[in-house]
Design a protein around this ligand. Structure first.
Ligand code: PMP
Length: 390
């Protein structure tokens, strides 16, 4: 049975196996947790719970070790072979991570006349902080110009050619998303680097990629990687910022002397261990295949429009490939209504505007997002319900 490994992994998610009548298709919002993560939380709270740093007793020392070990774990998980050179800071999630970079690091980096590139159809979390930083700097008399990251209409990918034409020597900071939370495509980070040149700082919003596909800071020349633990099988409140520390000032955000979310950090360590053992590449192949099955099925149903890259591309395609997110619209049924109809059949999906910026979709849509616990049977059942609504 070629799918036995997936069934074995799915069996480790109690909330999933405990509700066979339901299909959780909203992992882009937050992911379910495997038993190993639940166990790590329980073990930590029943054997080591204390505050970290400078303890004179075992629990405090264990907590300090946990925090330090998990810092290195995050770096290694992101393919960082020299974690002693980079920095990992724990945050409550992607929103807080991006905001921390914008608030504590960016003002010390930007100079009068600099340009920053901000994707205006990305998640608000990757837009608002940079605009706020621009406003703050303006108050100090530092003028920074924000260029919108261009999108190719209909493809759900950045327009890298237009970006290359617009970016110049004054372009010093680029915010980019790794996997788009509505369009589902891999946003070609390598091509962003090619477009903006070797000196610009690239900040990667990896909220939808960490835990879904390999994210390698050895392979992509990005300066910051920001993600949320809760989307990567850990608890809410357990995100991180990885900083390369090669371009611009050091990333040493203030306010880190407070109590860290030690329980979240324990869950993050367990989640990253679990993901490594499961194999992120195998998870990617599985969820990409499910997404392709869904898009193939949808293309045969005239009532539906698929947002973003429309096709399931060959695995070796040089152009953007769809990851584990498929967003759709019924041509006649309102997306909110469609969400309720789908839930009446046991499918949990997200239906609204998905927190996109002003450059994003003006009409709501239904987002189906997958993780390793989802099955072919769930996709086929969903397709047959969608077909019945034609
Ligand atoms: N960026 C992207 C691409 C996202 O999908 C999300 C969550 N939907 C965020 C940022 C914000 O993540 P969080 O709510 O965990 O801070």
């Amino acid at each position: 049975d070629p799918h036995a490994w997936q069934r074995a992994l799915r069996a480790q998610f109690p909330i999933v196996t405990g509700h066979p009548e339901l299909a959780y298709l909203d992992s882009a919002a937050t992911a379910q947790k495997p038993q190993a993560v639940l166990d790590a939380v329980q073990t930590y709270l029943t054997t080591s719970n204390a505050n970290s740093a400078r303890g004179t007793y075992t629990w405090a020392n264990r907590t300090t070790e946990l925090v330090e070990r998990t810092r290195e774990r995050v770096a290694r998980f992101l393919g960082d072979g020299r974690p002693e050179r980079s920095a990992v800071h724990f945050t409550s999630g992607t929103t807080e991570g991006l905001r921390t970079i914008a608030r504590d690091w960016l003002p010390g980096f930007l100079r009068d006349g600099d340009e920053i590139v901000v994707p205006d159809a990305d998640h608000q979390a990757n837009i608002t902080p940079w605009l706020e930083a621009q406003r703050l700097l303006a108050r100090e008399g530092v003028r920074v110009r924000v260029l919108p990251m261009p999108y190719q209409s209909g493809s759900g990918d950045y327009d890298h050619t237009a970006l290359a034409e617009r970016a110049g020597p004054r372009t010093r900071f680029v915010a980019t998303t790794h996997v788009h939370h509505v369009y589902g495509g891999d946003m070609n980070v390598h091509r962003v680097r090619e477009a903006v040149g070797p000196d610009a700082v690239i900040c990667l919003d990896a909220a939808q990629s960490v835990g879904h596909l390999p994210v390698s800071v050895a392979e992509s020349d990005v300066d910051f990687v920001v993600f949320s633990g809760h989307k990567a099988l850990a608890l809410p409140g357990s995100g991180a910022v990885w900083a390369r520390q090669a371009r611009g000032p050091e990333f040493t955000p203030g306010g880190w002397s407070g109590t860290p979310n030690t329980v979240g950090i324990a869950s993050l360590e367990a989640a990253l261990d679990w993901l490594d053992a499961a194999g992120v590449e195998r998870i990617e192949r599985w969820t990409v295949a499910l997404a392709a099955r869904l898009t193939d099925g949808l293309r045969r149903l005239d009532a539906y429009e698929i947002l973003g890259c429309p096709l399931s591309l060959a695995a070796d395609s040089p152009v953007q490939r769809r990851q584990s997110i498929v967003t759709l619209r019924h041509r006649a049924i309102d997306s909110g209504d469609l969400g309720f109809i789908l839930f009446s059949h046991g499918f949990m999906v997200r239906s609204d505007h998905h927190c996109q910026g002003d450059g994003g979709e003006k009409t709501g849509s239904v987002r189906v997002s997958l993780h390793v616990y989802n099955t072919v049977e769930e996709i086929d059942r969903l397709l047959s319900v969608l077909a019945s609504l034609q």
